[in-house]
Ligand binder design. Structure first.
Ligand code: ATP
Length: 303
């Protein structure tokens, strides 16, 4: 990607909390208008990366920059929007009041009605924040995060606690912001969320980037494919065939994992001519992620 489009950077950043190494010389670039998903197990260092770019912490070594400046300066901070995991907002304020207050911090705020409609909180404006459900509160936080027309939006696990409809409408709103040129840095444990939204995925483990690329590129690293079918074949026998990595059986349905889908499909059709509902799928991001994390662990043990 073109270096001129970089708007936020971590360069060789190290960060410790006492004896805990949270970031171990990490490099990360965020480019204008992209949606970058940060993935990684609990404690990998994702929130610490975001905290450094927001100017909430200082790096022990290396540098963090936002629009080429120190993230603790007010200039770059006016150009970002944030939705953190924990938001401590005054419970007695009404949603409309919270949105107006947030807009007042910015030189050219987005109109309140637009924020409310994008975040799906237009019908909550008169309600007290503290009386909202967890999912509704998250949507209000999202509306606040975009109030200043940010050039980068940091979303730390934004859809935790949301039902499926709320999650999908938040995804639609995120897509709309990205289409309008806003960069988004998203951390999530929902891999289908990264799969649905991300241009680029960075997998972090133990304070380092262990893998990086498009969703498709990461998926392609996993050669495994999954065959599903309805068959009377004995799962134990299929599990013993060459090239079959695993077999899961539920009643007459089999799910077979293999790197040689064509070979196994041919053998299945030959062994059971009445086999039906055949499906072959490439592994998803979830499988790729598990394999990358396992590979990173093995590399660390070998070092
Ligand atoms: N304020 C703090 N004091 C002490 N240790 C901390 C602090 N914040 C984070 N850590 C430690 O730093 C490491 C990285 O934490 P971080 O919150 O960045 O991980 P994460 O990838 O965001 O995890 P999660 O997916 O659980 O949110 C962890 O070992 C965590 O315990």
């Amino acid at each position: 990607m073109n270096n001129d489009t970089r708007i936020a950077r971590l360069e060789h950043v190290g960060k410790r909390y006492g004896t805990v190494v949270a970031l171990d010389g990490i490099d990360l670039d965020i480019h204008r208008g992209e949606l970058l998903a940060l993935l990684g197990p609990n404690g990998a260092g994702k929130s610490t990366c975001i905290g450094l770019l927001l100017g909430l912490h200082r790096a022990d070594s290396g540098t963090a920059t936002l629009f080429g400046e120190d993230p603790q300066d007010i200039g770059p901070r006016r150009r970002i929007g944030v939705m953190l995991q924990a938001a401590n907002l005054p419970a007695t304020l009404k949603v409309g009041e919270l949105l107006r207050l947030t807009a007042s911090y910015y030189p050219d705020p987005r109109p309140l009605a637009e924020c409310a409609s994008l975040a799906g909180v237009a019908d909550l404006l008169g309600r007290r924040y503290g009386a909202l459900s967890g999912g509704q509160q998250r949507r209000v936080q999202f509306a606040m995060a975009m109030a200043g027309r940010p050039e980068i939006l940091f979303l730390d696990e934004p859809t935790v606690g949301m039902d499926i409809t709320a999650r999908q409408s938040l995804w639609a709103a995120i897509r709309q912001l990205v289409a309008g040129g806003c960069a988004v840095v998203l951390t999530t444990h929902y891999l289908e969320e990264a799969e649905a939204l991300a241009d680029r995925v960075c997998v972090i483990a133990k304070g380092k980037v262990v893998s990086e690329g498009s969703v498709d590129a990461l998926r392609a690293r996993v050669a495994l494919r999954r065959i599903r079918c309805l068959t009377s074949l004995d799962p134990g026998i299929v599990a013993g065939w060459p090239d079959v990595a695993s077999v899961e059986a539920r009643q007459d349905r089999l799910a077979i994992a293999t790197t040689q889908a064509e070979v196994v499909v041919r053998r299945l059709l030959h062994a059971d001519p009445s086999l039906s509902e055949l499906e072959v799928q490439r592994a998803g991001l979830a499988e790729a992620f598990t394999e990358i994390a396992r590979g990173a662990d093995a590399a660390q043990e070998a070092a």
